[in-house]
Structures are given as structure tokens and as C-alpha cells.
Write a protein that binds this ligand. Structure first.
Ligand SMILES: Cc1cc2nc3c(=O)[nH]c(=O)nc-3n(C[C@H](O)[C@H](O)[C@H](O)COP(=O)(O)OP(=O)(O)OC[C@H]3O[C@@H](n4cnc5c(N)ncnc54)[C@H](O)[C@@H]3O)c2cc1C
Length: 523
């Protein structure tokens, strides 16, 4: 272990041991996801084989009410098809894009931002126009300033100071700067060689992409001579941020796609804040999910666990359990849009088609933990860059925090909620036991880990925290591991008989644009 990492780890464990008792006054617990519902499905406890209590008819059943399922519902409505139901396991729709609140302050339980979509994502652009977020003014596309992330957007706690931006800059040498520039040039060259696109289904599968897909990002970086520790930390952070797993566990395609599909990699001196603009809300992407769910009325059935989907000769049968009443309903429909995570779809679709079986075999999921901590007053801060929307602590297991009050126009320091993100996919921090740890550890252990980490820049955080709500995402997102593109390609539509499949999983990684476009196209 390097000396700084050793000292950091020693300080963190001392803080953990010493502070546990001091944290006992902080309320909290697990919230947001009912782990038992999913596990009951896995264990067969919903009685998939039992006879239904009632039968109903509809034209289309959408199974799963995450962004993909909600996008499918919107697309059906746009096509004039109003006779459908959407069945969702949790008590609210939105999946990974849901929100909560702590002491009346809204905060995300998962996804919290959407970068401005490019022209490869016309479906998402169209949604943003419908919601009034994107408008053409004097011939130019503009976005609603209230929802564009306000400045300052990002800062990094590095070498005992807060610095602007996330790329380590404070006191780095000429060698590091040279690696930044070379990496930036390499990304640009790859962008000229092959098409990178969001959504990926518009990129095609060029040989250059397959070559990148074949090896881990970390191996590719070593082969290309990108050995600088600061660059490597930053790239590993980016992989954990977007994919939930470290650079050794995602493909070089994924590592490059992160930059090449958007605006490249900005080396210092090549600064253009406009290009990295994102939309964000105190409640995160639930702002979008709620607006997608709102027009559905009673066609949206939350608390309904889909236990079986069978493509029959004359139609589709979809069995679901109403969690509140325990009753089983068999829906008979012309079609079903399966907007479930692939590993669940493979479990509930009878005689799963080949493509679904292949995808389920290939996919590995990164668990995630999201902690929302309510603070009764503003935090003291270390010197350097001002509090930002995204605040990252270099060299820590978590990805830092976003501040739910960042978008308010009222600058008075006051009570707020910080959302701390902790990916648990394979990385230098976590191994194959992470999902088990996520399930078994008491909430207080995560509380202490979070407070120890955030105490480094904010020594007063434990004294100001009143409540911590923790959401556990056991199978949060697909990891774009080496070989995914070669195995699955990037099919635009995934269909089998009367079933159409839609979920971000089908892109091999999870972001709003992938989920939304797949839901739209499936419908
Ligand atoms: C912690 C975290 C942070 C993220 N941050 C961002 C971000 O900032 N920006 C971004 O773009 N993306 C982010 N993402 C990615 C996010 O997953 C996608 O943006 C998007 O929400 C995925 O939508 P989906 O419909 O593909 O999947 P899901 O959200 O997985 O939706 C699937 C739905 O199916 C339901 N379901 C499962 N089983 C059943 C069943 N048997 N019966 C009925 N329903 C069932 C689930 O409850 C869920 O609602 C984040 C993800 C996580 C976990």
C-alpha cells in the first residue's frame, strides 16, 4: 500500500472505531427498495405455478416501470394506443430513477442527472421538448436554465484542498499534464476511426470498436503507455461512476465510450464548460420519471410483481401478484413489452428466447448503495473551490456527494440533504462478496463508512447529521465487461414472437438515454 493510502486507511478506521458511539443519535435505516419482493420472486414464493384469482384483458402489457417501461407507455400513447397496463413491482414507478425525501427535502434514490442529448438521441430530445426543457429560440436550441446544473458544477478534494473540476490538477507535474494531453488526443483519434454514439444502437459495430471491446480498459491503458497515477485514478473513477465497476473490469470500449460518445476528454487548457452541461433536479431523474408516469392514471399498477410471461399461440399471458391483496391476476394481451432487467426477464419469460438467454448468461451487475444524509445546517469546509453540485474526494471508495439544494436560487446556508454514492461492482475497493455485504451489513455500518469518508473534508458532518436513509440496489446496473459487444452486438430492436424487450441492460450499461430509447423503440 502506498504511504498516503496507508495513512488514509488508518485514519479512516480510527475514525470509524471512535465515532460509532457518537453517531448513535443519528436516525436512519434502509429505504426505497423492498428487497424481499425481488427475493420472493427468486425463491418462487409468489407461487408462479398457482392458478390465477382473476383474468383480465388488455391490448399490451408493459412489464417493469423503470425509464424503459415508462418510455414504452409514452410511445404507445403517442401512437394512439391507450389500451395497455404497466405492471411495476415497487410502490412507485421510475426504477433506478426514483426519489425520496428526508425531513421534507427531496433527494434522489438513484439517477440524478441527464447530460444534454446529442442528435443521435432524437427520442430523448423530443421528450425534453414535450416537457418544456428544450426550446428553439431564434433558430438555436436552448435548455431551461432553471434545470441546467448551476455553476460551480464539480470539485475534487485533492492534496488537502478543494480544486475546481474532477481531473487532479493541484500540484501535478509536467508528466501528468502530458499524459492528459496524450489521452485526449487518443480519444479524438478513436472518434475519427469509429462511431461512438448514445444510444449505442446507433453506432454500428465497427472493427475498431470490437478491438476495444476485446480487452479490459486497464490493460488497454497499460498497452498504450498511460501509466500516470493521476490519469489512472481519474479514469477508474469515471468507470465506477458510470458503470459501477473499476477500469480493470470494464472493456476498453466502455472506457473510451464514456468520453468519445459525448464531448471527448478535456485536457487542461481545453476548457469549455458549456459542452459538459447536464440537466439535474433536487429529486434527480425522478423529475422526468414522474412526468412520464403522471398521464398513465390507473393503467399504472404499482406493487404488482410479474411472475410469468408466456407467449402463447393466440396471445400473451402475463401473471402478476398484487402485493397489497396477495391476489393473482392473469392478463391476456396481444403483445407484451418486457421492460424488466435481463436477469429477471430470463426468470419470468417462459421458454426464454435464445437472445435473452445469451444476454442473461453474459451480464454481470454492479450493486450500488445510495445514502441520503440530512444536515441541520450548512457544513464547514476546507479551503479551495466553493461547494459544488458534485463534490468528489480523491482516493475514496465512495464517489462523493451531490447537494439537493444546489439548484435552489436562494444562497442562504441552511439545512440540506447530501446524496452519497457508493458503487459496489468489482474494483480495487470491492470484490465478489459485495452484494452479500450490501445485504448483510447493518445500516449503521454504511453510516459510519460514509461519515468517515466525508469527515475528511467536512470534520463537522457527524455533528450536523440528523438522519441517514440508505437505498440498496442489489443489481443496480449492467457492467460493460470485455466481450459484450462481440457477443450481443448493438441490436436496435429485440423481439421474439409477441414479446419486445426493452431495458438499459440490452445496451450492456445503464443510463437514461439507453433505457428511454429502447423503451420507445420496443413500443
Ligand atoms: C445508483 C444509481 C445512479 C444512477 N445515476 C444515473 C444518472 O445520474 N444518470 C443516468 O442517466 N443514469 C443513472 N443511472 C442508471 C439508471 O439505471 C438509468 O438511468 C435508468 O433509470 C434505467 O432504467 P431501466 O428502465 O432500464 O431500468 P430499471 O430502473 O432497472 O427498471 C426496471 C423496473 O422493473 C421493475 N421490476 C423488476 N422486476 C419486476 C417484476 N418481476 N415485476 C414488475 N416489475 C419489476 C423494477 O422495480 C424497475 O422499476 C443510475 C443507476 C443507479 C443504480
Amino acid at each position: 500500500m502506498r504511504r498516503r493510502a496507508f495513512l488514509g486507511a488508518a485514519a479512516a478506521s480510527a475514525a470509524l472505531a471512535g465515532c460509532e458511539a457518537a453517531h448513535d443519535g443519528i436516525e436512519g435505516g434502509f429505504t426505497g427498495i423492498d428487497v424481499r419482493r425481488g427475493h420472493a420472486l427468486r425463491d418462487g414464493a409468489w407461487g408462479a405455478a398457482s392458478a390465477p384469482d382473476a383474468a383480465r384483458r388488455t391490448r399490451v402489457v408493459i412489464a417493469g416501470g423503470g425509464v424503459a417501461g415508462l418510455a414504452a407507455a409514452r410511445a404507445l400513447r403517442l401512437a394512439g394506443i391507450e389500451d395497455f397496463v404497466l405492471l411495476e413491482l415497487e410502490d412507485t414507478a421510475g426504477g433506478n430513477s426514483r426519489a425520496g425525501e428526508v425531513h421534507g427535502i427531496a433527494c434522489p434514490l438513484g439517477a440524478h442527472y441527464l447530460p444534454l442529448p446529442g442528435d443521435q438521441a432524437p427520442e430523448v430530445q423530443d421528450l425534453l421538448e414535450e416537457l418544456g426543457l428544450r426550446r428553439r429560440v431564434a433558430g438555436r436550441w436552448t435548455y431551461d436554465e432553471r434545470h441546467l446544473c448551476h455553476s460551480p458544477q464539480e470539485r475534487l478534494f485533492f492534496q488537502g484542498h478543494w480544486q475546481d473540476g474532477l481531473l487532479p490538477m493541484q500540484g501535478v507535474g509536467a508528466g501528468t499534464l502530458d499524459h492528459y494531453r496524450r489521452f485526449s488526443a487518443r480519444v479524438d483519434a478513436l472518434r475519427r476511426e469509429a462511431r461512438f454514439s448514445i444510444p449505442t444502437l446507433r453506432a454500428g459495430i465497427a472493427p475498431a470498436l470490437l478491438a476495444l471491446d476485446a480487452l479490459p480498459f486497464e490493460t488497454w491503458l497499460a498497452r498504450e503507455g498511460f501509466t500516470d497515477a493521476n490519469l489512472r485514478w481519474y479514469l477508474d473513477y469515471c468507470c465506477r461512476d458510470d458503470y459501477g465497476a473499476g477500469a480493470a473490469h470494464v472493456s476498453a470500449w466502455a472506457g473510451i465510450h464514456y468520453f468519445a460518445s459525448r464531448h471527448g476528454f478535456h485536457a487542461p487548457g481545453d476548457d469549455d464548460g458549456e459542452r459538459e452541461a447536464v440537466l439535474t433536479w433536487p429529486e434527480g431523474n425522478a423529475w422526468l420519471a414522474r412526468r412520464l408516469a403522471q398521464p398513465l392514471g390507473d393503467r399504472l399498477r404499482t406493487g404488482h410483481v410479474v411472475t410469468r410471461i408466456a407467449d402463447m399461440r393466440h396471445g400473451v399471458e402475463v401473471d402478476a401478484v398484487d402485493v397489497a391483496s396477495g391476489s393473482r391476476v392473469r392478463w391476456q394481451a396481444e403483445r407484451c413489452i418486457v421492460a424488466l432487467p435481463v436477469f429477471i426477464a430470463a426468470r419470468v419469460v417462459e421458454g426464454a428466447p435464445e437472445q435473452l438467454r445469451l444476454a442473461a448468461e453474459a451480464l454481470r451487475y454492479a450493486p450500488w448503495l445510495v445514502a441520503n444524509v440530512h444536515l441541520r445546517a450548512a457544513l464547514a469546509d476546507r479551503p479551495g473551490a466553493a461547494p459544488s453540485w458534485d463534490n468528489v474526494i480523491q482516493g475514496s471508495a465512495g464517489l462523493g456527494y451531490v447537494d439537493a439544494r444546489h439548484q435552489t436560487l436562494d444562497p442562504t446556508p441552511r439545512a440540506t440533504v447530501l446524496t452519497w454514492y457508493r458503487p459496489l461492482g468489482p474494483s480495487r475497493w470491492d470484490g465478489p462478496d459485495a452484494r452479500r455485504r450490501l445485504l448483510d451489513r447493518p445500516w449503521t455500518a454504511w453510516r459510519d463508512e460514509m461519515l468517515a469518508e466525508l469527515s475528511v473534508p467536512h470534520p463537522d458532518i457527524a455533528g450536523l447529521a440528523t438522519r441517514i436513509d440508505i437505498t440498496r440496489h442489489g443489481h443496480a446496473m449492467a457492467i460493460p465487461a470485455p466481450g459484450w459487444l462481440a457477443r450481443m452486438g448493438a441490436p436496435a430492436r429485440i423481439r421474439a414472437g409477441r414479446l419486445a424487450f426493452a431495458h438499459a441492460d440490452w445496451s450492456g450499461y445503464s443510463i437514461f438515454e439507453e433505457a428511454f430509447t429502447r423503451g420507445h423503440l420496443a413500443a
